[in-house]
Ligand binder design. Structure first.
Ligand code: ZN
Ligand code: ZN
Ligand code: FE
Length: 729
């Protein structure tokens, strides 16, 4: 544009100086956002006029001086861009090069070892660029200008297919792998943030074998489709889904419509919907080029609750002799990162599992959060570091009750501390004394702050939208530790970041058998029946799939004076009703029972049809259960009963909101907690509340489930610290 100036990366964004005619500069500023690269994220552009003696001619990139504790942001890993894909598949010097990338695509977070983000600080450092790559790297007009992982056939890394039949590299690595997959084989394949286990999603035998190897009986698998055409030949996409599937982040999208062409039935047992993704690495694109390649299962190559495998030697030791091949490469993965999972509601993205493509993008906070380490919850663990005004959330870590996940937590913590030059001064943890994360925080020897679980859920959303004033907070969740020592999870709050009033909650359930009641929802349903006056004979009749001896034992336990733990968790209520309606009496993974019940809902058209219930701050479910039992006896469609139960919960949320608005004047409502991963519940709740004029907020960029708790903890701790300072002043 005939302007001159310079640009530099710094922690709070990009700073540049532009010199030239005023009208040209205005045009430049407009083009800056309208023509920004697809992988960039512009939050705001703040022009400031300066008088400067520093007047460069031409254009300079000024390198971030390494100033001790200063940091720059680390970009997330991004899917192969269309230009690179065309080069990969067309005629170019990188035809078939499985590590092709440019400034718009390729690995970032997964390969970076330290700041600043330069090639020497990544796992690409051992590959010296050939003269042609080097030319691209230093030529300003080239789309590989400063693409740190830049590489080609000559100078870049290589994949090797290793199997008992021998090793294959180059193009035969791909062709041999494709052959194995088409014949129903199972492979382990190195990806961006870890290894995947891969097999045909149409071959029931292959999927069965993968399930056995991975020790995963029923939890659904995500499916990778070659491209848009292959995907729409299986399932019709809802509005907004394709955009997200094809976005640079390329997450797994939980599609709203069930496939109309069948995949192997054991891909998603008992469920109708699937999680889909499109190829995002050059190798995945190459593997799926064959016109006969079926959709592929792509699931992390770990066993059950173990962390993702990233290491070649470990992958070979684990899978080398058990599978039909392992594809390894000499480009190391430094930072483990799972595939992200999202769903789209009303064209808006809602995060379920936040990792590849999104991590480590920060949340900009209004308060200084420097030195705060929020350790999160326990299941779906993430943690959050505070640097200056940035909240940096770790990738999804998993269930900390597994010792190896806890080791992963520590590994990520060490790496992010190093990467972001972070040293913790304050630990923020859940009130639950038995969470591994709480124990870890308390052991640190640093000052600690405890935060109530559901307050953190609400605060996470407030942080995302920078809300300060009081909101109506509805947290429908699994169980979380309440500040009265009981287990909460169906909460109605009025809260800001500092405080919360618990105005009401769902009725309490008894967890007969403690944790076993979580895995065996029939125990919860049995408690509900006994509580609602159903006779032992009828209870035994209603549970045809549980042995009568077991039922009698549990009934006796329930009627005994043993003080069982009680909770008012919405998640446990959904579990109980799913078991009562006969959908799922034993669940293999968290959320299975409610997912099956939700996906069975008959029709989502028409007005809400709730069951009757006793209105109030603690609603009574006696009328609901009584009528549901009549429906069960009358053989009413279970899909309709499922829908009516959902509609009841939606009506309760709405009633609570109306009461809160009347007493306090608050019109802003936050919905949070893992139960809102239920698409029907979330969609219809938002619709109903909006129709009554409420402003409804729920998380988009951070998980609505326990993965978002760490962000809420950080926001609450920052608010408390600021409050303390203001009191001291
Ligand atoms: Zn590219
Ligand atoms: Zn090269
Ligand atoms: Fe929770």
């Amino acid at each position: 544009m005939g302007l001159s100036g310079w640009v530099r990366n710094q922690v709070d964004g990009v700073v540049g100086q532009v010199e030239g005619e005023k009208s040209k500069i205005d045009h430049f500023l407009a083009r800056l956002s309208s023509e920004a690269p697809s992988s960039s994220r512009i939050f705001s552009i703040i022009p400031v006029e300066v008088d400067s003696t520093d007047r460069p001619t031409g254009f300079q990139i000024r390198f971030s001086q390494d100033r001790g504790d200063q940091i720059t942001l680390v970009p997330p890993d991004l899917r192969l861009c269309d230009d690179c894909k065309n080069e990969l598949l067309g005629e170019s010097r990188r035809t078939g090069h499985p590590f092709i990338n440019c400034t718009l695509c390729g690995p970032r977070y997964s390969i970076i070892q330290q700041l600043p983000y330069d090639r020497v600080h990544t796992t690409m450092s051992k590959f010296v660029q050939c003269s042609q790559c080097q030319k691209e790297y230093i030529r300003l007009s080239d789309r590989r200008f400063h693409a740190e992982p830049n590489a080609c056939h000559e100078c870049g890394p290589h994949y090797i297919f290793k199997s008992l039949a021998g090793d294959f590299s180059g193009m035969s690595c791909v062709s041999v792998a494709v052959d194995v997959l088409k014949k129903g084989g199972v492979l382990a394949v190195k990806g961006l943030g870890g290894f995947h286990l891969v097999c045909s999603a149409l071959n029931e035998g292959a999927v069965e074998r993968l399930r056995m190897e991975k020790h995963r009986d029923q939890k659904p698998f995500a499916v990778m489709f070659r491209d848009r055409d292959q995907l729409v030949s299986y399932v019709s996409l809802a509005s907004g889904e394709l955009d997200v599937l094809m976005s640079p982040e390329a997450p797994i999208v939980l599609l709203v419509n069930p496939p109309y062409r069948s995949l192997a039935p054991n891909v998603n047992p008992g469920l109708s919907q699937i999680g889909a993704m499109l190829p995002y690495t050059p190798l995945q694109v190459l593997l799926m080029q064959d016109s006969d390649i079926p959709p592929l299962i792509m699931t992390s190559a770990n066993i059950a609750q173990e962390p993702l495998i990233i290491d070649d030697a470990l992958a070979l030791a684990q899978w080398g002799e058990r599978l039909d091949g392992v594809i390894v490469s000499d480009r190391a993965i430094h930072n483990r990162c799972d595939d992200s999972v999202v769903m789209i509601i009303d064209r808006t993205l809602h995060m379920i599992r936040r990792a590849r493509g999104y991590v480590p993008d920060p949340q900009y906070m209004n308060d200084v959060v420097e030195g705060i380490m929020a350790v999160g919850a326990e299941l779906k663990s993430t943690f959050c570091l505070g640097r200056e005004k940035l909240a940096l959330m770790s990738p999804h870590i998993g269930d900390l009750r597994s010792p190896s996940a806890l080791a992963f937590f520590e590994e990520v913590f060490d790496r992010l501390c190093q990467l972001f030059r972070f040293s913790p001064r304050l630990m923020v943890h859940d009130l639950h004394p038995d969470y591994e994360s709480t124990r870890w925080a308390l052991k640190s020897g640093l000052p600690c702050i405890g935060v109530q679980h559901h307050h953190a859920h609400i605060a996470a959303v407030m942080a995302e939208y920078d809300v300060r004033q009081k909101v109506i907070g509805i947290a429908l969740d699994g169980v979380g530790y309440g500040d009265d020592g009981t287990l909460w999870g169906g909460e109605w709050f009025e809260s800001d970041l500092l405080t919360y009033d618990r105005i009401g909650h769902l009725p309490y359930l008894t967890l007969i058998g403690g944790d076993r009641a979580v895995n065996e929802p029939w125990r919860l349903a049995l408690d509900v029946l006994i509580e609602h006056g159903v006779s032992d004979v009828d209870v035994i009749r209603l549970f045809s799939d549980v042995s009568p001896e077991k039922l009698v034992a549990v009934i006796n336990a329930r009627r005994s004076s043993v003080p069982y733990v009680k909770c008012c968790s919405a998640g446990r209520w959904f579990d109980a009703i799913s078991a009562l309606l006969g959908y799922c009496s034993v669940q293999e993974y968290e959320g299975q029972a409610p997912m099956i019940m939700e996906q069975a809902i008959d029709s989502i058209d028409g007005p809400l049809a709730p069951y009757p219930f006793g209105k109030g701050a603690i609603p009574s479910f006696y009328p609901l259960i009584a009528e549901m039992l009549i429906d069960i006896e009358a053989g009413i469609s279970r899909g309709l009963m499922s829908r009516r139960f959902h509609d009841t919960i939606i009506t309760i949320i709405h009633d609570w909101a109306v009461v809160s608005r009347e007493r306090s004047g608050i019109n802003q409502i936050v919905l949070s907690g893992g139960v809102f991963q239920n698409r029907y519940l979330l969609t219809r709740s938002i619709e109903y509340l909006k129709s009554s004029g409420f402003e409804v907020l729920c998380s988009e960029r951070f998980p609505i489930n326990d993965g978002g708790v760490s962000l809420g903890q950080l926001a609450i701790a920052a608010a408390r610290m600021k409050d303390k300072e203001s009191i001291c002043v």
